[in-house]
Ligand binder design. Structure first.
Ligand code: ZN
Ligand code: ZN
Length: 240
C-alpha cells in the first residue's frame, strides 16, 4: 500500500455516497490502511448533512478495530472570498478540513475569482487542505495558490477521482504537482471515494508522484506518523 491514511472519502451522510461510516472504516482496515478521514460534504451540497453532523463527529471512536478514524469534512467554498459552509464551532472540533469548489455550490467565474476563493480558504485557520484544485471548471493561477499554501503550511490535494470524473484535470494536476515540488508544498493524496471499493485508490496520483519524483516527505498521508505530524503543525495533538 502506497498510503497509510485515506484523507478524502464520503459516507451515506453526503447524500450521494453509498456506505456507512463503519463500512468505510472496516474496508480501510481490510485494505491495510492505518487511518481514514471521514470527509463528508458540507451542508450546501444538495442532499448532504447539516453542520450538526460535523459538530457531533466526536462521538465516533478515535479507533475502530485498531484503525485510526479522523474527523473531517469537505466544506464547500461558497463565495469568491473563500468562505465555507460549516460554522466555526463545528470546524474547531474537526481534525482535517478540506475546502473545495463544487459546481452545485458556486458558479465558475474568472481565474482571478477562483484564485481569490482558494487563497481566502487557505488563509482560514480551520482549513487544512484544498480539495481537487486541478478542476478545469475552476481554472486558477496555480503558482499563486501553491505559494499561499506554502505560506500557511496547508496541503494541496491531488485527487485520484479527478482523473476519472473531472475531464482534463490531468494536465492541471501535473502542473500543480510540479509547482508543489518546486516550492516545497505539502500534498494530500485523496481517493475521494464515494463507495468503499475506492478507498485508498491513488494509482494515477502515485504514478505521477513517481514520474515527477515528488519528495515523499511532502506527502502528508504517506504514513500515519506523517499525517499526525501535519495535524500537529496545525495545533491538533492526536495520539496514535
Ligand atoms: Zn461527492
Ligand atoms: Zn469535492
Amino acid at each position: 500500500m502506497f498510503l497509510e491514511v485515506e484523507t478524502h472519502c464520503h459516507t451515506i451522510a453526503s447524500g450521494h455516497a453509498y456506505n456507512t461510516l463503519e463500512e468505510m472504516v472496516l474496508e480501510a482496515q481490510r485494505k491495510g490502511l492505518k487511518g481514514i478521514c471521514i470527509t463528508d460534504h458540507g451542508p450546501e451540497m444538495p442532499g448532504s448533512c447539516s453542520s450538526l453532523y460535523f459538530y457531533n463527529l466526536i462521538v465516533v471512536p478515535r479507533k475502530i478495530n485498531g484503525i485510526m478514524v479522523f474527523r473531517g469534512c469537505e466544506a464547500n467554498i461558497v463565495d469568491y472570498e473563500g468562505r465555507i459552509d460549516i460554522p466555526e464551532d463545528a470546524l474547531k472540533r474537526l481534525d482535517f478540513v478540506i475546502a473545495s469548489l463544487h459546481d452545485v455550490c458556486i458558479p465558475s467565474g474568472t481565474v482571478f475569482d477562483h484564485t481569490r476563493a482558494l487563497i481566502g480558504a487557505i488563509k482560514n485557520r480551520y482549513i487544512h487542505c484544498i480539495g481537487h484544485p486541478g478542476n478545469p471548471l475552476y481554472e486558477i493561477d496555480k503558482e499563486e495558490v501553491v505559494l499561499a499554501a506554502k505560506e500557511y503550511k496547508k496541503a494541496i490535494e491531488i485527487n485520484n477521482s479527478s482523473f476519472y470524473v473531472r475531464e482534463k484535470s490531468k494536465e492541471n494536476c501535473i502542473e500543480i504537482l510540479k509547482l508543489c515540488k518546486k516550492h516545497g508544498v505539502y500534498i494530500a493524496m485523496g481517493s475521494d471515494a464515494h463507495y468503499k471499493a475506492d478507498i485508498g485508490r491513488c494509482e494515477i496520483t502515485q504514478k505521477l508522484v513517481c514520474e515527477y519524483e515528488f519528495p515523499p516527505e511532502l506527502i502528508v498521508n504517506k504514513s500515519l506518523e506523517s499525517f499526525i505530524s501535519f495535524l500537529k503543525l496545525h495545533g491538533k495533538d492526536i495520539e496514535i
